[in-house]
Design a protein around this ligand. Sequence first.
Ligand SMILES: C[S@@+](CC[C@H](N)C(=O)[O-])C[C@H]1O[C@@H](n2cnc3c(N)ncnc32)[C@H](O)[C@@H]1O
Length: 511
Amino acid sequence: MLFYCYHVLQNINQRHTHIPRIFNLHCDFRRDMSLTLSEIRLCLSDASNGNLCVKSLSSQDQFMQSKVVKTTCSGSKATTCEGNIKIGSSRLGEVKMYLNCSSALRQTSFCIPNLDVVMKFMDKKYNSFCNTVDPRSQFSMVKLLDDFCRSFLKLGYRKGSNSKHANSSLQSAEQAQKNKTPFIIDITKGSEKVKIPLRDEVRREDLPKFNYIPNNIIYQNASVNISLARISDDSCCSGCSGDCLSSLLPCACAQETGGVFAYTPQGLLKEDFLTACMSMKHEPKDHHFVYCKDCPLGKSKDDQKPEKCKGHLLRKFVKECWRKCGCDMHCGNRIVQQGIKCKLEVYWSSEVKGWGLRTLEDLPKGTFVCEYVGEILTNMELYDRIMLRSRNDRHTYPVTLDADWGSEKVLVDEEALCLDATYNGNVGRFINHRCSDANLIDIPVEVETPDHHYYHLAFFTNRDVSAYEELTWDYGIDFDDHNHPIKAFQCCCGSAFCHSKNQKGKGKIEN
Ligand SMILES: C[S@@+](CC[C@H](N)C(=O)[O-])C[C@H]1O[C@@H](n2cnc3c(N)ncnc32)[C@H](O)[C@@H]1O
């Protein structure tokens, strides 16, 4: 059997905004190139035959396969050829096609042509055949296959499916088609270097209501001292020029990370730095935890009788070059401040989790994705906000900037800071939690002030992440502490290490 895979329509779904989309096309073409729509008759069986794992989709997007029992190619020298066409659709509505013809071509001098060339050939052939002049009505193989996939989903839905899973995908795909799925082209309203769309596949009424801000903003009482005088001459690199990463000796800005820069020349977080941060997060043994004498969290719950500190993870910081440094804006030690560069998308993750964030491209390990941006609040301000919160507010959006709380003897309230992205925030507010094996890690980054009670919270990938995977981080919250400002929720992350499974005694991880 001749089998050959062509990747032709990869990423087409990035260009086509409406689902269903062709994800990949794998196919064989006959030697005489007689494989055209009019010459193929498809008989789809309704049997589903297992799952097809696709690397570029997350493992939860299992594909249902339908097997074509017969493919007939007429008009060729070989009268009939039996083969397989496998079509899969995921819950997200992506469609994958394999075309696999059996033939005797293996024995011939058949040479596999470039599929782009074949596509053009087919377009030309059918356009001349139809004698069309209007470019809008011209035949296109790509359009034809796209249409084929849409019809497949549509007809499959009408006839019903023996899979609940596939059914919901088809339903939402159908609905999306019907409604021409409204979505926001750019939730950042032009304030980031990249556009970040919001894909509304299921036509939600409750689109997120918030104001997009690309940088943290002080709400009222927070003390953030960003005066240049605060930066001493020996903690910046005024003598540098160009790119600090290319100089022979690391400059003063690498001191925070032990005299070596945390970033590679390719702009990724270094493997050993990442490993150290991950091990602190995954094995928070006593020496990584610090206990403050006068814990701001304990105080905010009861000022008269403050609760004992439950401990804070003492975190490693990255320090980036900044305004007092002599290097330029493209210096390799200025990753976070250069802003978002990845292709991201906000999408409806699930009924329980709500909106989520996914990547539209493969991201190598150590890639900076985005910051968690919000209003800078003091711990008391956050506490007051929480008191006023409506019971109907399902999701919460604060993070505590406590990476250095333990090293301070006493923090006054103006210095015990949090970020709240409820009303004002960036795309980081859509990142959902995943217990233990999330694909992002949050790293504290010092940029404009050496005072570590204020810092940037930046997300980096902690492994290679494939396009269309949901981006998640481990919020690191205590799910049993119902008074914590970051309200615990019933976790549905789906991880084998999920704490809600642990509570039922399954998948327990030992710290
Ligand atoms: C920072 S927001 C994340 C974005 C949110 N999903 C949305 O729709 O805007 C955090 C909230 O999302 C929900 N959430 C995040 N991860 C979750 C998970 N693993 N399971 C259930 N709910 C989750 C919780 O309601 C949580 O308070």
